[in-house]
Write a protein that binds this ligand. Sequence first.
Ligand SMILES: [Fe+2]
Ligand SMILES: [Fe+2]
Length: 193
Amino acid sequence: MLHLASTTDPDWGTRALAHLDEILLDHAHLEKKAAGAAVTLLFRYPEHAALQRPLSELAREELSHFEGVLRHLARRGVAFARQKPGRYPGCLHRVIRSDPQHHLLDSLLVGAVIEARSCERFGVLADVLPAVDPALAAYYRSLLAAEARHHREYLRLAECFRSSDEVRTRLDEIAQQEALVLVENPPEARLHG
Ligand SMILES: [Fe+2]
Ligand SMILES: [Fe+2]
C-alpha cells in the first residue's frame, strides 16, 4: 500500500502521452536524483549503521533504472540532456526540517512519499502506454514492484530511528503537503507535474 494523500487524476495520463519524451527525460533525471539522494544520506549519516547497506542498494537500483530509461530514450531516438529542476522536488524538500533532531526523519519520509508518487504514476503510464509504445508500457509495469519496495524501505528505515506513531504522524503531514504541492503548481510535462 502506498501512503499518499491524493490520487492522480486520470487526465494526467493523457497529458503525459502528449509529452512522452519530456516525461521520459524527466524520469531519467529523477532516477539519477533518487540515487543521489540516497548517496547524500550515506555521506551525511555514516554513523547510522542501519542506513548504510539499504541505501547503498537503493542507490544502485535507482542507477539501474536510470540506465533502463536511457535505453528507452535511445530506442526512441531521444538524446539525454541537462534537465531544468522541476517545481515539485524543490517544494517538497522545503518541508524537510534542517535541525539535527528532525532532518533524518523528514528526509526519509520525503523519500518515501516521492517513491510512492513515482510508483503511482508509473502505474498510470503502464495503463495508458500499451497502444502507443508496448515496450515502454512493459518497462513501467516492471518498475512498480521496485518503487513500492523503496517506499516501504524508507518507512522501515524511519522506524529504525523513531517510534511508529511519530513516523506515521509525520508521514501523514508530509503526504498532505505533497498532495498540496501537486494541486498548487500549474501542470508541467514532468513525472510529478
Ligand atoms: Fe527508481
Ligand atoms: Fe525508487
